[in-house]
Design a protein around this ligand. Sequence first.
Ligand code: ATP
Ligand code: MG
Length: 399
Amino acid sequence: MTKNMYKAFLIKYGEIGIKGKNRFLFEDMLVKQINYALKPVDGEFHVRREQGRIYAEVLSEDYDYDETIEALSRVFGVVGFCPVVLVEDEGFDKLAEDVIAYLDHAYEDKHLTFKVNARRARKNYPMDSMEINAAMGEKILDAFPEMSVDVHHPDVVVSIEIRNQINIYSEEIPGPGGMPVGSNGKAMLLLSGGIDSPVAGYMIAKRGVTIEATYFHAPPYTSERAKQKVVDLAKIVARYSGPIKLNVVNFTDIQLYIYEQCPHEELTIIMRRYMMKIAEHFANESKCLGLVTGESIGQVASQTMQSLAVTNEVCELPVYRPLIGMDKQEIVDISEKIETYETSIQPFEDCCTIFVAKHPVTKPSLKVIKRSETKLAEKIDELMKEAIDSVEVIWAEAE
Ligand code: ATP
Ligand code: MG
C-alpha cells in the first residue's frame, strides 16, 4: 500500500444553519465546487452523495495524491476531509488484515494511543459496532505491541464503517471552512492589480458568494501587461471561487475628461465614483446583489471615512468591503496564503496611479465633489455609454 491506497475522500462539511431546502442547495453547490476543484488534477474522480455524506471517489488506477489534497483544501464549505481505504466485505479476519496493513502504512511510528470507532451502516453485518470495536482493538494490539488503547484522548481514531464497501480511515485534513460558492448569491468585485482586491474577492467567495469582476484600464497609459496581471489574479482567485467573468472596461476617455474638467486633488475620488457607477451597471445586468472592493479604512487618501462615504453615495447596491478593519500586513498574509501576492507585486502601473495628484483631498465633501462633477455634464453620459458598450469580457478559469 502507498498513498494511492486511498480510493476515496470523505468530505466533512459544516451543517449549522443548513436545514431543509437550504441543505440541498448547500450540498449541490459543494458537489459542483469539488468537481470543479478536481478537474485540473491528474486522475479521474467521481463525486457522489451517499446517506448524507459526500465522497470524492477515485476512478482511475492512479492519481496525484498531493494535487488532490491541495485541490480539496481550496473548496469553501469543506471543514475537513478524510482519505479513505475502501475494501470489500470478505469476513472479519480479512478486514482485520486490511486495517492492520492500513495502519502500518499510515503511521510510521507506532508509539500511539488509539481507539476503534466502528459504525455499522449496513445492518446485515454479523457483528455490531461494539463487537467490532473490541475484536478489532485486540487484533491491532496483537499486530503492534507499541500501540495502546485510550478511549478518551486517543492519538488516532480508527474509523471502520460497514457500508456496501467497508471504509477505513483515521486522518482528517482540514479544509478552508466557509460556505460553498453558489450558495449565497452573486456579487461584483472591483478588481485591480493590487494586493487588496483579490483578497477581498477571496473572502467574499469564502462566504459562498459567486463573484464576477470589473477591471478598469486606461490604454495606452496602462499597458497590456497590467491587464494581463489582472487576468492572472482573477485566474488565481478562480481556484477558490470557480470561474470568474471579468469585465474589462476602457476608462481612458473618462479619466482624461475628469482630468481636464475637475480639480486635480479631487481626481481620484471622482474617478472612483464613476468606477462604482459603471461596475454597478454590470452588477445589475448580471443580477449581482452587491459590489465588493478591497478598501480598508485609512489605508490611503481615497479610503478615509469621508472618502468612502462620498464613493459610496453613487451606489444603490450595498458595497461590501471585507478588508475594512484589516491592517496591510494582515491582508498581505492572506494574499501570500492564497498565492496572489507574487502576482500583485509585479510592477505594472494601474490606471489610478497615473493621474494621481500630489495632494489628494482626504476629507472630501459630497457637496463640493458634486459641484465639480457638474463640469462633466456635457459629455460624461456619452463617455460612460461608450465605456459600457465597448466592454471586453474575459472568462478567468483556474489553471
Ligand atoms: P488594491 O490593492 O486592491 O488595488 P489599493 O490599496 O491599491 O487596492 P485603491 O487603489 O485605493 O487601493 O483602490 C481601492 C479599491 O478600488 C480596490 O481595492 C479595488 O476594489 C477598486 N479599484 C481601484 N482601482 C481599480 C481598477 N483599476 N479597476 C477596478 N477596481 C479598482
Ligand atoms: Mg490599487
